[in-house]
Write a protein that binds this ligand. Structure first.
Ligand code: GLN
Ligand code: ZN
Length: 764
């Protein structure tokens, strides 16, 4: 019985790679320094896995930026704007593609399936001259071998690579990307030949697109590609790995019929129906790589349950053909629990990060061969039992309240247009009211104050004073700028999820539980381990203080339940929807307390609502239903005169616009200008939107200051498709990452543009 790991985090247990990369990019260290750190990380990962006893240890899952970009480099598919002239692709070309350089922008980045990892999208077309231009896969295989570790080199599979790419600029949008298979397969064959020559006995091709809703011609591309590679692959065992969801029956059939492939990998954590497909028929003599250890979460495996799943598979595929594996690459989980000395011991016993998951995989494989580590299994069973029954996990009142919400509907009693009328009587806003999204620049000084307060280096009093001064400064600035609906600037918040998680029960925080988001950027998601409740008001103090500083309406600022859920490591012992409902109830309490404190406009950010959309279309409706319901629960209890805003950071809306309308917010502010005003096309196509809406009038991701004319132009474009009386004027997103030198003139121009148009519309 063997063990296998699909892939491993690259950043290092303390984000060593991040710091090495950033120092290199800043010109503070040399390429050799960077390579040394990277080689050290790879060596320690290989050693760790081989010490544990893993049989199939991956190589080439390391990357200086992204594995899809590595593949682009391998294929020599460098877009012409980077002026690459051939030869082995080095750091300069590689990082220019990843991050842009002084003269050319970076390649586009997009989400890797439904993870929070982002990959660099290949730009392809009929004129790309593919050539073997990065020997990274072979070099890493040899590097491990020199250290005495015979690894399984991992390549992004050729079909998934093409399915994840986009037509380059100037290439027809309808260009058939899969037509490039014939051009890239010869390069794959060169790589395979070199890997074989170097001694590789297995090669892993990651083809995660197989779990998506593919059309039959796309499935045929797999058959064609692997048939074409078959002779090149003779003499080596081939694993085709899938992950992230159930595999559809048609894809399962295609996959398991591929010629020249010896093993298939499946995500059996998310793929519960996949298990049935396997039980319904698995090709004899082939290896099954059974992904039973979750690569997407931080929970310790339920080893007894996994063992019984594996035993049932053993009888189908045969003892020597079953390989215990992870559900996907461990890239999507935190690195090592060893670096969490401050984490509560009981909670810690429930967790497993990447390093611990490697041990779990191996222990399961050993148990199957009759070498069960009884002490290890029984400690695991004890931890599982304590997690189930712990009073810190279970809060009966919360469970009951959340359960009562399911299947029912919650909606404000009055329809949105009557509510808007009632609110307008109270707020008395001009047409095209101006506002911002919430945060104002977070200065070095502000970060220092928060850090020192947290470390108890400054007193509660001093902290309070510093934050109030900051709020006052932001309020005065907005009054000077003559903005209509103000914000307090969020100076007390480090992060829009962490701030709430820290005040809710059921959340834990790690010191080093980082997960790569893109390039050198990592996120540290909170861990939701128990039933969520709100012991005390979370924002009322600061919002009331801010409101007392001005006569203008001050927005109360909250993060919505769906966003808190989607940006955390969530419980795996109950459905996501249930956890979401619990958070919704906590936010509901907060909304009502804000209202009681005299806050009349409350914004509930749902920045990550779209991100949580399941991979498969058949699951969209169910997700959107409970997600939107959760949002409505938060504000179902307010009066008609209380205005509920929401905010979203993307405008890729066309497919979910009905759900957005169904959220029934009074006003929505949305990112718009960064994505070429794609959003407006929804309304051009005739979707009726009756609530207030503020498509962003300028991009806050760039330091550029937009002119009044430019902003007025944008607003005019919006007025062409939206009613005058529902349009709001605001930036794309929060101003947290900008400097005051940029924010002041940009907002000044925004307000001028709104005023010019008000005058025009008033006299028309
Ligand atoms: N209110 C938050 C802010 O302005 C919203 C951030 C976001 O949408 N990501 O910072
Ligand atoms: Zn935003």
């Amino acid at each position: 019985m063997a063990s296998h790991i699909v892939g491993y985090p690259r950043m290092g247990p303390k984000r060593e790679l991040k710091f090495a990369l950033e120092s290199f990019w800043d010109g503070k260290s040399s390429a050799e320094d960077l390579e040394k750190v990277a080689a050290g990380l790879r060596a320690s990962i290989w050693k760790q896995m081989s010490d544990v006893g893993i049989k199939y240890i991956p190589s080439n899952t390391f990357s200086y930026y992204d594995q899809v970009l590595d593949t682009t480099a391998m294929l020599g598919a460098v877009p012409p704007r980077y002026s690459w002239t051939g030869g082995e692709i080095g750091f300069s070309t590689f990082f220019s593609m990843a991050r842009g350089n002084a003269s050319v922008p970076a390649m586009e980045m997009t989400k890797w399936f439904d993870t929070n990892y982002h990959f660099i999208v290949p730009e392809l077309g009929p004129d790309v001259n593919f050539s073997y231009a990065s020997h990274k896969a072979v070099n890493e295989y040899k590097e491990a071998k020199a250290q005495g570790v015979d690894t399984v080199p991992v390549l992004v599979g050729p079909v998934s690579y093409l399915l994840l790419s986009k037509p380059a600029k100037g290439v027809e949008k309808t260009f058939h990307l899969l037509s490039l298979l014939d051009k890239i397969l010869p390069i794959y064959k060169e790589v395979i030949a070199e890997l074989k020559a170097a001694g590789a006995s297995w090669i892993q091709f990651d083809e995660p697109t197989l779990v998506m809703d593919l059309e039959s011609h796309q499935l045929e591309a797999f058959t064609k590609a692997y048939a074409d590679l078959q002779s090149a692959l003779s003499g080596v065992e081939v694993l085709v790995e899938t992950y992230f969801a159930d595999i559809p029956a048609a894809a399962f059939k295609t996959l398991t019929s591929l010629s020249g492939v010896s093993g298939f990998g499946f995500d059996l954590v998310r793929g519960t129906q996949t298990l049935d497909l396997i039980k319904g028929g698995f090709p004899t003599g082939k290896y099954l790589f059974a992904g039973v250890v979750d690569g997407r979460n931080i929970w310790a495996n339920d080893l007894d349950a996994s063992l019984s799943t594996l035993q049932s598979l053993e009888s189908i595929v045969g003892k020597d053909k079953l390989v215990v594996s992870t559900s996907c690459s461990l890239l999507h989980t935190a690195v090592d629990l060893v670096n969490e000395p401050k984490l509560d011991q009981e909670i810690k016993s429930w967790l497993a990060f990447a390093a611990q998951k490697v041990v779990e995989v191996n222990a399961l494989a050993k148990a199957l061969t009759g070498h069960k580590d009884e002490a290890y299994f029984s400690a695991n069973a004890t931890a599982q039992a304590s997690r189930k029954s712990s009073p810190r996990v279970n809060n009966e009142a919360v469970q009951k309240a959340a359960a009562a919400l399911k299947g029912s509907d919650h909606r404000r009693a009055t329809d949105v247009s009557s509510r808007l009328d009632a609110q307008q009587k109270k707020l008395n806003l001009p047409i095209l009211p101006t506002t911002t999204i919430g945060s104002f620049p977070q200065t070095v000084e502000l970060r220092r104050v928060r850090r020192e307060y947290k470390a108890k280096k400054i007193s509660e009093e001093d902290y309070d004073k510093a934050i109030k001064e900051e709020i006052n400064k932001v309020v005065k600035l907005q009054e000077e700028l003559d903005i209509d609906v103000l914000v307090h600037g969020e100076p007390e918040r480090n992060d829009m999820v962490e701030y709430f998680g820290e005040q809710l029960s059921g959340f834990a925080f790690t010191a080093n539980g980082w997960v790569q988001s893109y390039g050198s950027r990592c996120v540290k998601p909170p861990i939701i381990y128990g039933d969520v409740s709100r012991p005390n008001p979370m924002t009322v103090y600061w919002s009331s203080a801010a409101q007392s500083m001005t006569k203008r309406p001050m927005k109360g600022m909250l993060t919505g339940p769906v966003t808190i859920l989607n940006w955390s490591f969530v419980r795996n012992d109950q459905p996501r929807s249930e956890t979401c409902y619990q958070i919704a109830l906590a936010i509901k309490d907060e909304v009502e307390d804000l209202e009681k404190a005299g806050i009349t406009v409350i914004q509930i950010d749902e920045a990550a609502l779209r991100e949580g959309l399941p991979l498969r279309k058949s699951e969209h409706a169910f997700y959107l239903d409970w997600a939107v319901h959760s949002f409505r629960i938060t504000n179902v209890g307010v009066q008609d005169t209380t205005q509920i805003h929401t905010h979203m950071c993307y405008s890729n809306f066309n497919d979910i616009i009905q759900s957005i309308i169904n959220m029934d917010a009074d006003v929505i502010t949305i990112e718009n200008s960064r994505s070429d005003e794609k959003l407006l096309s929804v309304f051009r196509e005739g979707v009726k939107y009756g609530a207030g809406i503020g498509p962003g009038v300028y991009d806050i991701h760039s330091p550029r200051i937009p002119s009044t004319d430019e902003i007025a132009d944008r607003i005019n474009k919006m007025l062409a498709v939206l009613e005058t009386n529902i349009l709001w004027v605001n930036p794309d997103c929060g101003l947290k990452t900008r400097k005051y030198g940029e924010v002041k003139p940009a907002l000044e121009n925004m307000v001028s543009a709104a005023k010019i148009l008000r005058t025009k519309l008033g006299s028309a």
